[in-house]
Design a binder for this molecule. Structure first.
Ligand code: UDP
Length: 240
């Protein structure tokens, strides 16, 4: 990250997986994939797949963690040992601790948990296949899972990654691109309200490049948002 690519990853305007710079991988979304949870979803961006599961609102213990005026959300992001070619050692590490925290924070502005004092909404993201952009894939899945659990939210959250390789902005980085990009940025936003809720950047960009990148990210988030809405509508059509 934050370096020149060792090999050419964009040739004649086409990426190694035949995509155009602003083209996302095939995006698949499914809601209701775990029957025992209150809400769940699976989202794939190409070969990256994340499952999100929501449990609650439910009483929060130990009691000293309770907030008397609102419920809270907890989040655990985890990459399965079999999700990458080089087996990842199981269990939490610094990266998953950081990602769990920033993912939780990316939902903070949209959640309306005031009606659930002393309660928790426990959320889990399991990355079962990782080929770049796992945090944003997980966020998109969690957004659907929270909605399907009926958790009150001001807006969905949609997320995507954008990076720079050979002075070209590319959307939805795969693993190879992620490892070789000069810069990569993860963006999550509340699309209807146009509020950015997560912005993490590796590498260096000029201010102009950054502003262009942010606009590109917003356009992609809006496309993802449309697909999230369509997925929820399809699942719950006819339900009153
Ligand atoms: N990755 C890996 N092993 C790890 C962590 C990451 O192979 O222990 C790969 C995986 O494909 C991931 C990519 O590196 O998607 C980029 O990871 P990063 O930390 O930048 O986060 P992400 O882009 O997945 O949100």
């Amino acid at each position: 990250m934050g370096k020149k690519a060792d090999k050419e990853l964009i040739i004649g305007g086409i990426r190694t997986d035949q995509r155009l710079p602003d083209q996302m991988r095939d995006v698949e979304m499914e809601v209701g994939v775990i029957t025992s949870s209150n809400g769940s979803a699976k989202v794939s961006f190409g070969k990256t797949t994340a499952i999100a599961s929501v449990h609650g609102p439910r009483s929060l213990f130990p009691k000293f963690l309770q907030e008397s005026t609102t419920g809270i959300m907890r989040c655990r992001y985890n990459m399965a040992p079999f999700s990458v070619d080089d087996r990842k050692s199981p269990g939490p590490d610094r990266r998953s601790t950081e990602l769990s925290k920033v993912i939780r924070q990316s939902f903070q502005p949209t959640l309306m948990l005031e009606d659930y004092p002393k309660a928790t909404v426990d959320t889990f993201i399991e990355v079962i296949e990782a080929d770049g952009s796992t945090r944003v894939t997980g966020i998109n899945a969690l957004s659907l899972a929270l909605a399907s659990a009926g958790i009150p939210m001001k807006d969905l959250v949609a997320a995507c990654s954008v990076g720079k390789i050979d002075d070209t902005l590319i959307v939805d980085l795969n693993g190879l691109e992620d490892n070789n990009s000069e810069s990569d940025v993860a963006v999550a936003m509340m699309p209807r309200k146009n509020i950015v809720t997560l912005l993490q950047m590796d590498g260096v960009l000029t201010k102009e490049e950054f502003m262009t990148l942010l606009n590109t990210a917003k356009k992609s988030c809006n496309k993802i948002f449309e697909q999230q809405q369509a997925t929820l509508m399809e699942k719950y059509k006819g339900d009153e």
